[in-house]
Design a protein around this ligand. Structure first.
Ligand code: ADP
Length: 643
């Protein structure tokens, strides 16, 4: 049964009675009556009825004034007004002031009953809707809060990976912990393993005086218990006060766990003033933050260790006696150590980041860098500086970095080399005359009387040795002459014919070693400008090496080809090959690869030095491609003679 209270503000006692007897009572509504506007307003404010039936023409305060007064006081009671004349103005005004319905006087009881029922029903609906809206708003607010919390955790997660500054990350973690747990203070303590104490690493709202001296013993503190057990600690009320030793009403401590190292610290939130305790959700959210802090700490430690190693290496590189320049994959300078700056008269700060050809003002080094860049192999050369110093420069490609140039000062070695060469040249010259005399007498010996078979054998051996010594001296003097830049007679040369002649000379040796010679003279090879005697020496040396360093039964392939304005000669074999590390040195004087395979193979280490000197004098280039156990290809290239 409805017990809604209906206030009727109506000055006509007759209408009051009609409403009471025919409308309100039969429908179970409780009737409150007021006979004028003022009384009506007072009862409405005091009783807060469920509905007001308000006449517009009233003594003391008319209907509109009552409605206005209620509205001013923010009282929202549904109103049905009654009026004798239906003026549009009045109706609009009344509805603006919050009236829900109206009935024109005189009205029948049924009409009023319907109006009351309608308004009360719509009010009930409206209340229900308002409640629902409230509920939705609450759910929405909670979702917003959770979203906000996740957002905070996500942002912290991102800063762990993007920020390198550990201080900043840890301070953010503590800020977020205080925010998420709605706490008064937050702190992050790290373990000092030596002292077995925890010290404050980051804090929020912690009193400066406490923060400066805050250290806690692991075996004698709540935070220490977190370290020892690896579990969160949750304290409220008196217990919190007693155990922490300082005034805290509620606190929550969580372990910072680093993989492989265990618990390294504690993340804590504290309330000192309010006894507002922390929830399971706080534990959940703060655990995520603690994990992030632990990751940041582990990363920072790794980074520190790496950085220390990097600094060590960098110091070694910078302080090394050798000049070192490191360039990236685009040939831009990454590092140029002090020795390199001194040697090349450059300043590191001015060259770092610049392309090497701009940064390093030295043509030989520049071409060495571009050779290393294009061949992706280790290359070396000697660099003569304006200061008179000579450097031995090697470029090595370093995958993932670029190229490293290392240069040693070999000025004193060059000087020694010069003195040695001078000495050997003098000796060679001086030896030639007595050697010729000895050779002459050896030739004469058989003519001076008959010799027995053994004497003849001895003479043969002596003659062979003499020839070897003479050949060696001649080669040496040849190189000396070529290096001295003495005039060389040049003429058009047919390289095919030169190769033919060299092959003729070496065919017996090759056949003796049962090696297969692959050679098909090509046609249409243009002449080159050169000295035929020297060029034949080149091919002979290459052939001699090919047969010496190839096992019996192997093969040797010689070819001549034209490439645009050049002629290229290749001498290939399937012999023992040359280790990559030795390849840059084999054109040096007296350099021989020493290994079990080369042991016992005769030679002086001068052949390829002569080859290089001759080819250099012809403005050509000689190089080798070789793989140990597979074979070698020696090639030289000469410019075609311009007619
Ligand atoms: P050598 O008198 O020793 O032959 P070279 O100057 O001609 O001196 O050669 C220098 C070194 O290069 C040789 O001692 C050998 O180790 C290596 N070498 C030259 N040619 C070949 C080749 N065809 N196969 C393998 N190794 C070679």
């Amino acid at each position: 049964m409805a017990r809604e209270r209906v206030l009727v503000i109506e000055d006509s006692a007759e209408t009051q009675q009609l409403l009471a007897e025919l409308v309100l009572e039969p429908n179970g509504y409780r009737h409150l009556a007021a006979m004028d506007g003022e009384e009506g307003l007072r009862i409405a404010l005091e009783e807060n009825p469920d509905l007001i039936v308000l006449d517009m023409q009233l003594p003391k305060m008319n209907g509109l004034e009552v409605m206005m007064a209620l509205k001013e006081r923010n009282v929202d009671i549904p109103i049905i007004f009654t009026t004798v004349r239906e003026s549009v103005d009045l109706v609009v005004q009344a509805f603006r002031l919050g009236a829900r319905d109206y009935v024109i006087k005189p009205f029948g009881p049924l009409e009023m009953q319907e109006a009351i029922r309608r308004v009360l029903a719509s009010t009930a609906l409206r209340e229900e809707r308002d409640q629902l809206t409230q509920k939705l708003l609450e759910v929405n607010r909670q979702l917003q809060k959770q979203l906000q919390e996740l957002n905070v955790i996500y942002t912290i997660g991102r800063s762990v990976t993007s920020l390198l500054d550990l201080n900043q990350v840890l301070n953010r973690v503590v800020d977020a912990a205080v925010y998420l747990a709605d706490a008064e203070e937050g702190m992050l303590l790290l373990l000092d393993e030596e002292e077995n104490e925890l010290y404050l690493r980051a804090a929020k709202n912690v009193d400066d005086k406490i923060a400066h001296v805050l250290r806690m013993r692991v075996d004698d503190s709540v935070a220490g218990r977190v370290i020892q057990t690896g579990r969160p600690v949750f304290l409220t009320g008196e217990r919190a006060k007693v155990v922490t030793g300082y005034l805290a009403r509620t606190l929550l401590y969580l372990p910072l766990r680093v993989p492989d190292r265990g618990v390294v610290g504690v993340l804590g939130v504290i309330n000192r003033k309010e006894e507002q305790s922390f929830s399971e959700r706080d534990v959940f959210l703060l655990s995520a933050l603690a994990d992030y802090a632990a990751i940041a700490i582990a990363n920072a430690r790794l980074f520190e260790a790496l950085e220390a190693e990097r600094l060590k290496l960098e110091t070694v590189l910078r302080e090394a006696q050798e000049a070192i320049i490191v360039v990236d994959n685009e040939n831009r300078v990454l590092l140029c150590n002090r020795a390199a700056c001194d040697a090349l008269d450059i300043v590191e700060a001015e060259v770092v980041g610049k392309p090497v050809e701009i940064a390093i003002p030295h043509p030989v080094l520049n071409s060495l860098f571009s050779e290393g860049y294009s061949t992706k192999r280790a290359v070396r050369c000697e660099v003569a500086l304006n200061t008179g110093r000579t450097l031995n420069a090697q470029i090595t490609p370093v995958p993932g970095v670029g190229q490293v140039l290392m240069m040693q000062d070999i000025t004193y070695l060059k000087e020694l080399d010069r003195i040695k060469s001078e000495f050997v040249t003098t000796i060679s010259h001086d030896l030639r005359t007595p050697l010729t005399t000895i050779q002459g007498y050896i030739e004469l010996l058989p003519k001076a009387g008959s010799l027995n078979a053994q004497q003849q054998e001895f003479i043969l051996r002596a003659r062979n040795s003499m020839e070897t010594i003479t050949a060696l001296l001649n080669t040496f003097l040849d190189i000396d002459m070529l290096e001295a830049g003495l005039e060389m007679e040049m003429q058009p040369c047919d390289l095919v014919q030169i190769v033919e002649e060299a092959i003729q000379r070496y065919r017996p040796q090759i056949e003796q070693r049962k090696q297969e010679l692959r050679w098909e003279p090509p046609s249409g090879i243009p002449p080159v400008g050169g000295n035929p005697y020297r060029l034949r020496q080149v091919v002979e040396n290459l052939l001699s090496n090919a047969t010496k360093f190839t096992a019996e039964g192997g093969w040797i392939a010689v070819s001549v080809e034209k490439d645009q304005n050049h002629v290229i000669v290749h001498v290939a074999d399937n012999g023992i090959g040359i280790p990559p590390a030795e390849q840059p040195y084999i054109f040096d004087k007296f350099y021989r690869v020493e290994s079990d395979e080369t042991m016992g193979i005769p030679g002086s280490g001068l052949g390829l030095a002569l080859v290089k000197s001759v080819i250099d004098r012809h403005r050509g280039r000689v190089w080798v491609e070789s793989r140990p156990g597979v074979g070698s290809v020696f090639s030289f290239i000469l410019p075609v003679l311009q007619s």
